[in-house]
Ligand binder design. Structure first.
Ligand code: AMP
Length: 580
């Protein structure tokens, strides 16, 4: 199915800006077909489903055709329900946000007439409403149709089912014959075809045929997730299933940016790929992903097109794909070469209708799953830890420290207390007391790449550590922005090292952010992070030696506050710059 860039469709710069701002990377098939035809002034009968992007397909040409110097109603959009009218009005408002002087007004039953009278008398060039209430306003003379240039019937078959046919006929008959008539419908029953015959002039029929789609043989599940909880649920699933290599698909570039930042701040090895990045940047990210130097690639459909990486454990549809075809492309990236794979889809609120359409068009069988609780994730983490410990003991493949253990036993500590203290030590992320090596901006290595036993349990404590990190970020009074104090090269606190990060006030960094990224990436305990100084371009933070060692390895190169983070041990030269 053809998908064209928006700038090829004949749209004005104001509209292209809006589309860009909404994060749409390319026009959907129905948009690619309908926009040029509508801009040329033809009547259109479009057969397209909810979720195909049909609203923007008719709204963009409609907005372009509005003359903002006239207050009169020029475009009428008829919708079957108030929910759809509100939704369409919201989309129109966003798409028209850069075109000055264009106003839209939703009008539907159940809303106060006063508000609607006011809105109509102030002048709205685009009116979106349900047929019954629009008829009311026509009869009262508060809605006038003499300046109408375009009438759009959205979900015409549903309007018919709901008994609106006579209202629709009346509205069409009363509007100027020179108007453009646009009808979108999932199906084209006889009554609709007759309507088209009576009220359209030479309409072009645009139909999006779904290709026969072959679903790869992989496990498909979905979760109904509240939009605001998506990040948390994603992290829970990653932790619970111990996923180490996956692609996460988002609908827009903005969502990709936002989610990548969230994941990185929570300690996952994630990077992103979308259409705003240069080819060189994309190749770098793909290279890292292929080498497994990344756990998760967060991407838009466009950016991930042609991406060919084997052994991907899970494909997450963090946002729903546009249609069945994109769904199949996305999930086909897992389960290759005869290996098992899994596709996990998040569905929120009204998206369930779009999702059902995708399922129908792909004839997929997909199970709904229950969101795991935080306790289940914690229990799983304990089980994994238990298993790795048991395995290690069975193999006997570890360095003995009998002298240390004997010393503790001699001091009267019970063996169970010693073991519990050690487990606590590991799980709370208390670092070893090794000296800090010479600082060098090491490439980021992921903790989970290291097969070393000591690291493994830490990697599975992420959820807990994150909670602690958040609490630390909020509550610490010591960790303040000591803006007015001159910065010295070294920390005053014994056992602490002063690190410099290349982000500061200019990048909207607050002390809580610094605590968050350090605690998130190093799993450091509260006591490991000391004074923080936020300067214009850089930030200084005192951390325990063991934390510094991990921070130097892990912070360099990650995305933080829209920049590639660098982190090094503070020098006299740094201090001199920031004292000045
Ligand atoms: P619709 O079929 O009009 O209900 O649109 C479904 C969803 O897709 C809406 O949330 C739109 O904002 C979004 N959408 C529309 N066009 C595009 C596009 N070209 N790229 C990405 N998302 C889109």
């Amino acid at each position: 199915m053809i998908k064209r860039p928006f700038h090829e469709l004949g749209l004005e710069p104001d509209l292209l800006r809006a589309v860009e701002k909404m994060g749409f990377e390319e026009a959907s098939p129905i948009q690619s077909l309908a926009i040029p035809v509508l801009l040329e002034g033809h009547d259109v009968v479009g057969q397209s489903q909810t979720g195909s992007g049909k609203t923007a397909a008719f709204a963009l040409p409609a907005i372009q055709k509005v003359d903002p110097s006239l207050r009169a109603t020029q475009v009428l959009i008829l919708c079957p329900t108030r929910e759809l009218a509100v939704q369409v009005a919201e989309e129109v408002a966003k798409l028209a946000s850069f075109k000055r002087g264009v106003r839209e007004l939703p009008i539907y039953g159940g809303q106060s007439y006063d508000r609607q009278f006011r809105g109509l008398s102030q002048g709205a060039q685009i009116v979106i409403g349900t047929p019954g209430r629009l008829m009311d306003h026509l009869e009262r003379g508060t809605l006038k149709l003499d300046a109408i240039r375009m009438i759009i019937l959205d979900e015409a078959d549903r309007m018919l089912d709901m008994g609106f046919i006579e209202d629709i006929r009346t509205i069409l008959a009363k509007s100027p014959p020179t108007r453009q008539t646009v009808l979108f419908s999932a199906t084209l029953p006889r009554a609709i075809q007759e309507l088209v015959k009576s009220f359209s002039r030479n309409p072009q029929t645009l139909k999006i045929e779904s290709e026969a789609l072959t679903i790869p043989d992989i496990e498909q599940v979905y979760y109904e997730v509240d939009r605001r909880s998506k990040v948390d649920v994603l992290c829970r699933l990653i932790d619970l299933h111990d996923i180490k290599f996956g692609i996460i698909f988002c609908a827009t570039k903005m969502m990709v940016d936002e989610l990548t930042e969230h994941l990185v701040a929570r300690g996952y090895g994630a990077d992103k790929m979308h259409g705003d990045m240069t080819q060189a940047m994309r190749e770098r990210v793909i290279g890292k992903f292929r080498r497994r130097a990344l756990e998760f690639l967060v991407a838009t459909d466009v950016a991930a097109r042609g991406l060919d990486v084997d052994n991907i454990e899970v494909v997450f549809n963090y946002d729903l794909p546009n249609d069945g075809e994109d769904y199949v492309h996305r999930i086909g990236r897992t389960g290759r070469a005869g290996r098992s794979g899994k596709a996990i889809t998040f569905v929120s609120g009204r998206e369930i209708h779009k999702f059902q359409f995708i399922l129908r068009s792909t004839k997929s069988r997909i199970k709904r799953e229950r969101i795991p609780s935080a306790e289940e994730v914690e229990q799983k983490r304990r089980n994994v830890f238990f298993e790795s410990l048991r395995e290690l003991l069975e193999k006997g493949d570890f360095t003995r420290h009998d002298d240390l253990v004997d010393r503790l036993l001699e001091q009267g500590f019970a063996p169970t207390d010693i073991s519990s203290a050690l487990i606590h030590y590991i799980q709370e992320g208390v670092g070893s007391a090794k000296p800090v090596p010479e600082p060098e901006p090491a490439p980021r290595r992921m903790e989970r790449d290291r097969p070393d036993f000591r690291d493994a349990p830490q990697s599975r404590t992420r959820a807990k550590d994150r909670d602690q990190a958040t609490r630390r970020g909020r509550s610490s009074s010591r960790q303040q922005d000591r803006e007015s104090e001159p910065v010295r090269a070294a920390s005053h606190e014994a056992g602490k090292i002063r690190l410099v990060l290349n982000v500061g006030r200019d990048h909207q960094v607050a002390p809580g952010d610094v605590v968050g990224v350090i605690a998130g990436m190093t799993k450091a305990p509260k006591s490991a992070i000391g004074a923080i100084f936020i300067k214009t371009k850089r930030s200084y933070v005192d951390v325990a030696e063991s934390t510094a060692r991990i921070a130097l390895k892990k912070l360099n190169g990650i995305d933080f506050k829209g920049r590639k983070l660098t982190c090094h041990v503070s020098t006299e030269a740094d201090a001199a710059q920031d004292e000045a």
